[in-house]
Design a protein around this ligand. Structure first.
Ligand SMILES: Nc1nc2c(ncn2[C@@H]2O[C@H](COP(=O)(O)OP(=O)(O)OP(=O)(O)O)[C@@H](O)[C@H]2O)c(=O)[nH]1
Ligand SMILES: [Zn+2]
Length: 216
């Protein structure tokens, strides 16, 4: 599986290669059933009784939750933006701040979550504002590391909008550093990706950092 994730078809083929659901008609159904079976097995290995009342539906619930939390694999930035790109002469910085996100770290499959700030410099075109948080979800709803999430959001905005510059800042807390491992409750991780004039022009870069830190 590459960093962009596999397609539903590839995942279905993988499920079929295991010999399960050879004649299933629904890709989604086959994957959900196979996921639930592995979760039932995990419960057994953890010493639980998957047959007891409270756990009977847990494998299918967890399967559905995992599919929801990784639904970005079935989405693309181009699709979510659609035709919401509009000709405009406005050329100053546009920033959408404090976009909350939830992702799963690819090392432990535990949540990391926080806020994304996105800025771009229009180059004759602006994008519908809601599409920026939608782009965040396309890449956050996958197994990720924070650095790649940051870069992928910036890459997508460049590709879709061809702006004069892009800046993305991600601030996050990682549960794998909080509830296990080093058990540090108050650290936060900040990553950034800057492109075009947001990287190369000192004044623009300063404006971006000021806005990203909530100063005017
Ligand atoms: N760079 C980066 N590292 C991450 C991210 N999420 C989790 N990690 C780290 O991935 C690393 C995996 O290290 P390993 O030594 O293989 O795994 P581990 O023994 O579980 O490590 P500890 O968390 O230190 O107990 C850890 O240092 C995690 O903090 C992320 O988004 N970016
Ligand atoms: Zn982790």
């Amino acid at each position: 599986m590459g960093s962009s994730g596999s397609t539903l078809r590839q995942r279905f083929d993988a499920v079929r290669a295991l010999g399960a659901h050879a004649d299933a008609t629904s890709f989604d159904g086959a994957i959900d059933d196979e996921l639930a079976a592995t979760i039932e097995r995990q419960l057994e290995l953890l010493g639980e009784d998957p047959g007891r009342d409270g756990l009977r539906k847990t494998p299918s619930r967890v399967a559905a939750a995992l599919r929801f939390l990784t639904r970005g694999y079935d989405m693309s930035a181009d699709e979510v933006v659609g035709d919401a790109v509009f000709s405009e002469s406005y050329r100053s910085m546009v920033m959408v701040r404090d976009i909350e996100f939830y992702s799963l770290c690819e090392h432990h499959m535990l949540p990391f979550f926080g806020k994304v700030h996105i800025a771009y410099l229009p180059n004759g075109r602006v994008v519908g504002l809601s599409k920026l948080p939608r782009i965040v979800d396309v890449y956050a709803r996958r197994l990720q590391v924070q650095e790649r999430l940051t870069e992928e959001i910036a890459d997508a905005i460049e590709r879709v909008l061809h702006p004069a510059g892009v800046g993305v800042v991600v601030e996050a807390a990682h549960l794998c550093m909080m509830m296990r491992g080093v058990e540090k409750q108050n650290s936060s991780t900040v990553t950034s990706a800057v492109r075009g004039a947001v990287r190369d022009c000192p004044m623009t870069r300063d404006e971006f950092l000021r806005l990203a830190h909530g100063r005017r």
